[in-house]
Design a protein around this ligand. Structure first.
Ligand code: C2O
Ligand code: CU
Length: 543
């Protein structure tokens, strides 16, 4: 019914009032959060993107694997030049095995703060999801709101070399909730009937915050994550990183009353400032009862409860019987990469607000990624030299106790460059992300475009090549596109490189992405005609 194959997304400014003040924000079609896309598994749709704002912009379909179609994937200067004001780009979205909830967002500067929305992927036509049928589906989109203009926040962050100004509110579907000033009348609420089940379509669109959320007095059952279904996992609280999405069943099986769905930030980082106010939405049962003057808040883990994060992420299991792709066991390409927050010397003539007057940087294998001026996909396809270099270092150039308290100074000074990983078609790839304690350890949600990967293992401390692989889950690992690498720990993922093209990988904490915690995978063509990268669409934006 609401399934359409063509959408029109007009990027334009609109006024929104939050926390007692009004500002102009970038929106799609005037909406914040933006419109929801609804499709069935395996369908292809088109989105006509019109830029009627004043800034260059790109849109990315996060979790849509886009087989053989990196051209309209969206990350600026990776697969396309930005859409300039007044221009249009028709983007093709090719869905393959995705099911459940994914999302779309801007992928240039910090515009994704307000330019984002959900994508609901239903099973193939006339088939149900393999979990109990929900009476209704409810969007739960978390994000962050700044009272000042987001471009000013971004510019000041870039120019200072320090951390970004913290946001003024966490929001649910654009609303801060009852615990923030001037927000009560607009708080998001939904109505439930006792005995029924509701499907929460959860997106963490926050810029820099991993979140805990729960509903007071209710358990939540996760049935999907990152657009791939999972074994049901029932918990009191859920942990979700920026970039991640989840399908969560809420069973309305408590006394008719008003309850809060609430979320707050998790932070393992020393000295990382954040708003620790809880954002809320109201869950209201129908029926005849006297509602409380104020609903009760759920118990959420403390802001620094790393064991609570680990317990949740290591409990999630995939649903392998639903998907044709098995976990690869014969690894042809192993990539071990450190992921670090670093510093670089303050450029001459500037005052810098990073630690001891430096500027912050971030790196993978000690390379801080330099974004080029024309996109890597075009440079690769047309053989334009000088845009990127292959030869992303295969192993950390030095072996240290990366998660210890005393790290050699050499680890702190990254090189800068546009280094990419070139993979043969069909390569079976394992990536081990090794967190480090350079500057300060923190969790990193690492995201890969163009694929879902099997998350085969997590651990604390240094990855141990002779011991840890023995405990990998090769049977039913979750199939994600964004993995939380625990603070001072590691995570291992596997995928098969059968999607030719150029695919971005980066930390989904926006500040780390800007600092250079990124790299690119180029997957070469295979031999068969259906294993090659087709030519670009005619309306690719020009730089
Ligand atoms: Cu959510 Cu590079 O993307
Ligand atoms: Cu990070």
């Amino acid at each position: 019914s609401q399934i359409r194959s063509h959408y029109s997304f007009v990027v334009r400014e609109a006024n929104y009032t939050r926390l007692c003040s009004t500002k102009s924000i970038l929106t799609v079609n005037g909406n914040f959060p933006g419109p929801t896309i609804k499709v069935h598994r395996g369908e292809t749709i088109f989105v006509n993107v019109y830029n009627k704002g004043n800034y260059n912009i790109t849109l990315h379909w996060h979790g849509v694997k886009q087989p053989r179609n990196p051209w309209t994937d969206g990350p600026a200067y990776i697969t396309q030049c930005p859409i300039q004001p007044g221009r249009r780009f028709r983007q093709k979205l090719i869905f393959s095995t995705e099911e459940g909830t994914i999302w779309w967002h801007a992928h240039s500067d910090w515009s994704r703060a307000t330019i984002h929305g959900a994508i609901y992927v239903y099973p193939t036509k006339n088939t149900p999801y393999p979990f109990p049928k929900a009476h209704a589906e409810i969007p739960i989109i978390f994000s962050e709101w700044w009272k000042s203009d987001i471009n000013e926040v971004f510019t000041q962050f870039i120019e200072s070399g320090g951390g970004p100004n913290i946001s003024d509110a966490l929001t649910i579907n654009g609303q801060p909730g009852d615990l923030y000033p001037c927000s009560m009348t607009e708080t998001f609420e939904f109505h439930v009937e006792q005995g029924r089940t509701y499907l929460l379509r959860v997106v963490n669109a926050a810029m820099n915050l991993i979140l805990f959320f729960s509903v007071s007095k209710h358990n939540l059952t996760v049935v999907g994550a990152d657009g791939m279904l999972t074994k049901p996992l029932t918990r009191e609280y859920i942990c979700i990183s920026p970039g991640q999405t989840m399908d969560v069943l809420l069973h309305a099986n408590q006394e008719p009353d008003h309850y809060y769905l609430a979320a707050r930030a998790y932070s393992s980082g020393v000295g990382v400032a954040f708003d620790n106010t809880t954002t809320t939405a109201r869950v209201k049962y129908s029926g005849n009862y006297t509602p409380p003057s104020s609903p009760s808040l759920p118990n959420l883990p403390d802001f620094n409860d790393t064991p609570a994060v680990l317990d949740f992420i290591t409990s999630l299991r995939g649903l392998p019987e639903r998907y044709p792709r098995q976990v690869p066991t014969n690894i042809t390409t192993q990539i071990v990469t450190t992921i670090s927050v670093n510093t670089l010397p303050c450029p001459n003539g500037r005052t810098c607000q990073g630690p001891n007057g430096t500027i912050f940087a971030a790196s993978m294998n000690n390379i801080s990624f330099d974004t080029p001026n024309i996109d890597i996909l075009k440079a690769y396809y047309y053989h334009i030299n000088g845009v990127f270099k292959p030869g992303f270092p295969r192993f950390p150039p030095f072996i240290f106790n990366f998660t210890g308290d005393f790290l050699p100074i050499t680890l702190n000074i990254p090189k800068q460059g546009t280094r990419v990983n070139v993979l043969n078609y069909g390569a079976t790839v394992e990536i081990v992300f090794q967190g480090t304690n350079v500057i300060a350890g923190i969790d990193h949600p690492m995201h890969l475009h163009g694929f879902s990967f099997h998350v085969v293992g997590y651990g604390l401390g240094n990855f141990n090549q002779s011991k840890d692989p023995k405990n990998f889950n090769l049977v039913d690992p979750p199939y994600l596109n964004t993995v939380i690498v625990p603070v001072n720990g590691w995570a291992a993922v596997r995928f098969v490189a059968t999607n030719p093209g150029v695919w971005f990988m980066h930390c989904h904490l926006e500040r780390h992405q800007v600092w250079g915690m990124e790299t690119v995978f180029i997957v070469k063509n295979g031999k068969a005609s259906n294993e090659t990268l087709p030519p670009p669409p005619p309306d690719m934006p020009l730089c």
